[in-house]
Each structure stands twice: as structure tokens, then as C-alpha cells.
Design a protein around this ligand. Structure first.
Ligand code: AMP
Ligand code: MG
Length: 275
């Protein structure tokens, strides 16, 4: 059953310049996995254990850096991925940066200012829960800046991410692709269930009403900023178990490909006697 994962990288990675990338991936497509939901969850649990070990190595080595960008409509599961896929990683070396509507101080700077200060240092994994992409998504849809301003940002984002990559950061970007129907169900659940109600934000309904505009903005953003060095993955996210499986797979494969070996000690352990 291990083989199905081999195709994930290629299958869900967005190809540069193709605006049709979202249409090509159905939010409820789980055909790439040959087993049941329980099987998938078992695989994700194994991948999570491996992620823990790989992250420990990354931290111990203190050299490589990994940036994980999570984007998606409200309820698409950004928080769920952080909880589930990253469960058990060592909080010393993993940080989450959440980006909300900018403060007055943030607005007084260029749009990358607040983002750049949060990128991973050597040995760290940083997860962006929303990101600089909001500046070509919500900002575009709600016309918060003139078109000439947000249009320039695709190139600015590519340049920024190239700088990160050339400085030794691995960049992975995941779009959690949910359907409008699935969002309706998740919003209804948030309203109906007392424990979930805190997550309901009436303003999410405004974004929902502009669904098509957001999809168009996502399609553009992904097509214009997916690169070999900093690729986007379009993750079918209507099924949480499939979403988690795809993301855990891509993460583990990416870390494995770094061939991280434990750091060499700067001393001779045999020569040290502890009294
Ligand atoms: P949440 O992810 O539920 O905490 O909501 C955060 C909100 O902040 C979302 O509605 C985002 O669209 C909004 N947001 C994030 N970044 C920006 C930005 N650069 N400009 C305007 N709104 C933003
Ligand atoms: Mg919200």
C-alpha cells in the first residue's frame, strides 16, 4: 500500500502558469488512496511519528529550515492540519505564525514586513496559518488596495520566496481545496454545536458570498507563484483524513529527501569521562 504515496507529489503539485489547476482537482477526490478512511488514518499516524523523528533531527542539526504555508477558505482545515499532522512535534523547533487582518503598524509597512520576521531560523519548522498570500486574496477580492498594487505582488512574492530558498529554506505551500457545499456543512456545524461555536465568525459569510471571486483569486495566485523551488500543492480537503494524509506525505517525503544525518559531535565521546 506504500506505493500510492509515490504519486502524491506529482499528482497534487500545481504546474506553473496553469490557471485551470483548481478545476482539475475535485475537493472530494480521494481516488488516489486505495484503502478505507481507517487505513488512511493509520498511515497518517505512522507518517506523523516519522515527522516527529525527522523534525528532531532538523532541530538537532540546526542547519536546514522548513516553511509550510497553509491557505484555504474558512473551515478548510488549516487549524485541523496543524493539530493533526504536526501532533507531537517538539514545540522547541516548530512555530506557528497566524496572520490576521493587519494592524495599523503592519499596514504602515510593505506587505512582506510582518511575514519576513516570522520565517524559520536554522533548524526550525514554521507553519504559516494564512500568510502573505492574503495580500493577493482577501485584499484583491475586497479591493483593499488598487489593482496595480496587488498585481505587482505576485512577482514580489516570487522574489521573496526565491530569497528564502536561496538562503537555505525549503518552502512548501498547501491550498486546502474545499467545496462550497462542504463549507456550508462545516459552518452549520460550528453554529449548531456549543463547543464549536467560538469558531463561527459572522464575517466568514461575507467571504462565502464572494466564493467565485476567491476561487479566481486563488487560481491566479497559485498559477503565478508556484515554482519548482516553492511549489503549491492543491489538496482535496473535503475529507479531512485525505487532506491530512496528503500533507503528511508531502512533508515526510520532503524531509526524507533532505537526507538528514545526526550532527557530528565536536568532541571525541571516548575521550570524555564523567566523574
Ligand atoms: P482567521 O483565520 O479565522 O483567524 O481569520 C483571519 C482573518 O484575517 C481572515 O478573514 C483573513 O482574510 C484576514 N486577513 C489575513 N490577512 C489579511 C490581510 N493581509 N489583509 C486583510 N485581511 C487579512
Ligand atoms: Mg475564522
Amino acid at each position: 500500500m506504500a506505493d500510492f504515496r509515490a504519486g502524491f507529489h506529482r499528482r497534487f503539485r500545481a504546474r506553473p502558469g496553469r490557471r485551470s489547476e483548481l478545476a482539475a482537482h475535485a475537493p472530494d477526490d480521494v481516488a488516489a488512496f486505495p484503502g478505507s478512511k481507517d487505513d488512511a488514518e493509520a498511515v497518517t499516524t505512522r507518517l506523523n511519528r516519522e515527522l516527529e523523528a525527522l523534525q528532531e533531527l532538523l532541530w538537532a542539526r540546526g542547519r536546514e529550515r522548513l516553511l509550510v504555508v497553509l491557505q484555504g477558505m474558512d473551515t478548510s482545515g488549516k487549524d485541523g492540519v496543524i493539530r493533526r499532522v504536526f501532533e507531537g512535534v517538539n514545540p522547541l523547533g516548530v512555530k506557528v505564525a497566524s496572520f490576521k487582518a493587519p494592524t495599523a503598524e503592519e499596514l504602515a509597512h510593505d506587505f512582506l514586513w510582518r511575514v519576513h520576521r516570522c520565517v524559520p531560523a536554522a533548524g526550525e519548522i514554521v507553519i504559516f496559518n494564512r500568510s502573505h498570500y492574503e495580500d493577493v486574496l482577501v485584499v484583491r477580492v475586497r479591493k483593499l488596495v488598487p489593482e496595480a498594487v496587488w498585481r505587482r505582488r505576485y512577482e514580489q512574492i516570487r522574489d521573496f520566496e526565491r530569497l528564502l530558498v536561496e538562503s537555505g529554506t525549503t518552502v512548501l505551500k498547501f491550498f486546502l481545496h474545499i467545496s462550497r457545499d462542504e463549507q456550508k456543512q462545516r459552518l452549520e456545524a460550528r453554529l449548531a454545536e456549543r463547543d464549536k461555536r467560538w469558531k463561527f465568525d459572522p464575517r466568514d459569510l461575507e467571504a462565502r458570498a464572494q466564493w467565485a471571486d476567491y476561487q479566481a483569486a486563488y487560481a491566479d495566485a497559485i498559477a503565478r507563484t508556484t515554482t519548482v523551488q516553492a511549489p503549491w500543492y492543491v489538496v482535496p480537503a473535503d475529507r479531512k483524513w485525505f487532506r491530512d494524509l496528503v500533507i503528511a506525505s508531502v512533508l515526510v517525503d520532503t524531509l526524507r529527501a533532505m537526507k538528514l544525518s545526526p550532527p557530528k559531535p565536536s568532541f571525541d565521546p571516548a575521550a570524555i569521562k564523567i566523574r
